[in-house]
Design a protein around this ligand. Structure first.
Ligand code: TYD
Length: 136
């Protein structure tokens, strides 16, 4: 998968004097999600991710606070995105190496994933990720 297919997507926001509601429905996401999980209580200086998914796609939202996502595709092209708005999400296709870092205090990262948890879908070794690339 190529770095160009990584997208920051605006999530519609309904605003009134009581605050905001953001809604994910219809075709905002290019995949139907089967799993929702969230990262929270993240100690300062923590690094997360450090893997790619063979098939699964994910959509990340900074529900609160901010963090950086550092990504690399099979060809070595890199992309960095800072997520810091609850009405914006990052679409990460399959076969993209990702690392999450620089979490602000109180950051919450919500993830919508295209499938249920499956450890076999992970590539956790960067060396393995770059060697799989060569087979394409
Ligand atoms: P991992 O995906 O490696 O976390 P991150 O990418 O945020 O650093 O998951 C950490 C641990 O949690 C690992 O042992 C697998 C487990 N886990 C589940 O059991 N189910 C899930 O849906 C997720 C995302 C993780």
């Amino acid at each position: 998968m190529f770095i160009d297919s990584i997208k920051v997507i605006d999530i519609p926001k309904i605003h009134d004097e009581r605050g905001n509601i953001s809604v994910l429905e219809k075709d905002i996401l290019p995949f139907p999600f089967k799993r929702v999980y969230y990262l929270y209580d993240i100690p300062s200086g923590t690094y997360r991710g450090g893997h790619a998914h063979k098939e699964q796609k994910e959509f990340l939202i900074a529900l609160s606070g901010s963090f950086n996502v550092i990504m690399q595709d099979e060809n070595g092209a890199k992309k960095n995105v800072t997520l810091n708005k609850p009405n914006q999400g990052l679409l990460i296709p399959n076969m993209i190496w990702r690392e999450l870092e620089n979490f602000s205090s109180g950051a919450v990262c919500l993830v919508l994933a295209s499938d249920v948890y499956n450890e076999k879908d992970y590539i956790r070794s960067f060396e393995k990720f770059t060697s799989i690339k060569k087979q394409y």
